[in-house]
Design a protein around this ligand. Sequence first.
Ligand SMILES: C[S@@+](CC[C@H](N)C(=O)[O-])C[C@H]1O[C@@H](n2cnc3c(N)ncnc32)[C@H](O)[C@@H]1O
Length: 346
Amino acid sequence: MSTDGHYDNIKDYYGKVLSSTKDLKTSACCAAEKPHPIIRQHLLQIPEAVLSRFYGCGNPVPLGIEGLSVLDLGCGTGRDCYLAAGLVGPKGAVIGVDMTEEQLKVARNSLQEFEQNIGYKPNMRFVQGFIEALDDIIPSSSIDVCISNCVINLSPDKEAVLRGVYNALKPGGEFYFSDVYADRRIPAHVQSQKVLQGECLAGALYVQDFLRLCHKIGFTEPRRLSTSTIDVTDPDLSDICGNIKFYSITYRLFKLPELESICEDYGQVATYLGTLQGHKHYYDLDDHHQFVTGKPMLVCGNTADMVGQSWLGKHFKVEGDRSVHFGVFECGTGKENDNGRAGPCC
Ligand SMILES: C[S@@+](CC[C@H](N)C(=O)[O-])C[C@H]1O[C@@H](n2cnc3c(N)ncnc32)[C@H](O)[C@@H]1O
């Protein structure tokens, strides 16, 4: 993607062209999935000025983050920061980063009303900056959970963003984010269309290229949590896009150095303790791992690390280590896995 005038176009789109969610021309920046009931309760505490300017495509704020440090990339007017602030509570911390002044102004001006609603001063700040230059803003290894909602597609340098996130995360930290993806590489004539740029479609990443990029950075096994289809209903924009299919996908990328490129079997067993907020009876790690509370589950080495060595660790009991190897972990789905390899996956 060419960067000539790119940032100015995006800043104009979010700072001047759009004044509320109603002004959007496609459904790309509209989260289709229904949030968890606990999230819906927290939404009631967020000022209307923030809620009416929500341009996210998913629900990337995990429950169970009390006391943690959260970073939101491209926070806009701050809906997800406000949600995270309620969930991390007075002992946690939230930082929102965005490049567009007008968006941050709404975010900052809504702080006082939010404080009154929740009854304490949240440890939350909004910083103006580029997500491609996180190292200038966030100390390395300082963040537990990085979130982002419909932003990375807008970046002309996605590799720099992912590198910065990797550096900002603590070991065991996680990048949990929703964004727009395409089923193919976006051709130049679509990339250069200004409305499609602003609406988060022109810069959508081809899923397989995104997975390759994750591997390169060190996010060795991306896990997909949810997927929904995006419809380009405007006839002119749809005509420009042709046969491209767009999706909103929520991925989980863990900073765990021992993750392997495919799932290996070490005979490890993980049991979910039922202690994550809002997940008393079961927990979905991703779209193909549901842990039922109290039920031991045979897992691959990567899943054992994700639930045992990450910020989720205190909510799982993991038995076994990697001292004995039993071969590739067979999950029997026979589907192509997230690494683009046919065959066993987990
Ligand atoms: C689609 S909006 C999403 C805003 C917010 N996450 C939400 O859910 O409402 C994209 C936001 O990303 C910001 N943004 C885009 N590219 C950026 C970049 N390279 N650095 C910092 N912010 C960026 C824009 O200013 C805009 O506020």
